[in-house]
Design a protein around this ligand. Structure first.
Ligand SMILES: C[S@@+](CC[C@H](N)C(=O)[O-])C[C@H]1O[C@@H](n2cnc3c(N)ncnc32)[C@H](O)[C@@H]1O
Length: 258
C-alpha cells in the first residue's frame, strides 16, 4: 500500500475502492460537518484519494488542503475539484514531516491510515497531529475489525439458512488473522477494534471524544444479498479526537510511554 499501489488505483478507483461518503447510509459523516461550526476553519483532507470528500469539506470549511501520497490520485482530484476556490492540493507522504502543509483546525482521514505497517500508521497519525493546532480536531474513519468478523459470520448464517451444513466443520482457521490486518479484495488492510482505536489514538497524543459507526448496506459486502439480511448493518468506525498538548505529552508521544 505504497505510493505505487495507490497510483495504480487512480484509473480504476471508482470500480475498486469503496466510497465511504457515498456508502454512508445514514449520512453520518456529512451531517457531522453540517453542524456549522467549521466556517472559519482550515481542514486537512489526509489521503484525499480522487477527492470524494473534497466538495463536502469545501462547503463547510473556509479552506481545504487536500493531501495524498499518490500524484495520480491527486491529479484526478484536481481535475474534479480544482475549480473550487478554497481548495489547495498537496502531494505529500503523511508518514514524513512536511513543512508545506499549514497548521489546521481539523484533519479528516477517511480510510487512509490503513496500511499494515504499525510503524507507518503511527508516523502518519503523529504527523497529522503535528499539523493540527492545539485543540484541533481529528475525524478519522477506519475499517472496523468487528464488522469484518461480523460480516464473516453473516455469510455463514446465509449459507446455513440455505442448508449448507458443511460450513459447521471448520478447517484450519488461519492463525495469521491476528492484529486486525486482514485482506480486503486480497489486499492486507488494517482493521481496528473500537477499544484498540481509542487506546492507539491516546498513545499518539489524541483524546477520543466520539466514536460512531458509519453504516453501510449489505451490498457493499456481498453481491445480491438476500432480503432478510438487514440490520445490524456492516460498518466502519468514525472517530473524533482532540489533540492533547503539554510538554509532558510531547515527551510521552516521542517515547510511546503514556
Ligand atoms: C482508501 S483511499 C481513501 C481516499 C479518500 N479519503 C476517500 O475517502 O475516498 C486511501 C488514500 O490514502 C492515501 N494514502 C495512503 N497512505 C498515505 C500517506 N502515507 N500519505 C498520504 N496519503 C496516503 C492513498 O494514496 C489513497 O488515496
Amino acid at each position: 500500500m505504497d505510493a505505487a499501489y495507490w497510483n495504480g488505483k487512480a484509473g480504476v478507483y471508482e470500480e475498486e475502492i469503496f466510497n465511504v461518503w457515498e456508502g454512508d447510509r445514514d449520512g453520518t459523516l456529512k451531517s457531522f460537518f453540517e453542524r456549522g461550526e467549521f466556517r472559519s476553519q482550515t481542514v486537512l483532507d489526509c489521503g484525499c484519494g480522487i477527492g470524494h470528500g473534497i466538495a463536502t469539506l469545501a462547503k463547510h470549511f473556509k479552506s481545504v488542503h487536500a493531501v495524498d501520497i499518490s500524484k495520480e490520485c491527486l491529479t484526478v482530484a484536481q481535475e474534479r475539484h480544482g475549480s473550487l476556490a478554497n481548495v489547495k492540493f498537496f502531494a505529500a507522504d503523511l508518514a514524513k514531516r512536511s513543512s508545506a502543509l499549514p497548521a489546521a483546525d481539523c484533519a479528516v482521514s477517511i480510510n487512509s491510515v490503513i496500511t499494515p505497517s504499525l510503524k507507518t500508521r503511527m508516523k502518519m497519525l503523529k504527523n497529522i497531529r503535528e499539523h493540527l493546532k492545539p485543540g484541533g480536531l481529528l475525524v478519522l474513519v477506519v475499517p472496523s475489525l468487528e464488522s469484518y468478523y461480523y460480516a464473516s459470520y453473516k455469510l455463514i448464517e446465509w449459507k446455513l439458512r440455505e442448508g449448507a451444513g458443511g460450513v459447521l466443520r471448520f478447517g484450519h482457521e488461519p492463525l495469521f488473522k491476528g492484529h486486525g490486518v486482514l485482506p480486503i479484495d486480497g489486499v492486507l488492510t488494517k482493521h481496528y477494534l473500537r477499544e484498540e482505536l481509542i487506546s492507539f489514538l491516546r498513545l499518539v497524543g489524541f483524546e477520543v471524544e466520539e466514536v460512531q459507526k458509519i453504516r453501510y448496506d449489505w451490498d457493499t459486502e456481498y453481491e445480491n444479498p438476500p432480503r432478510w439480511m438487514r440490520e445490524p448493518y456492516p460498518w466502519d468506525w468514525m472517530c473524533v479526537a482532540r489533540r492533547q498538548s503539554s510538554k509532558r505529552k510531547e515527551k510521552e508521544i516521542k517515547t510511546n510511554r503514556p
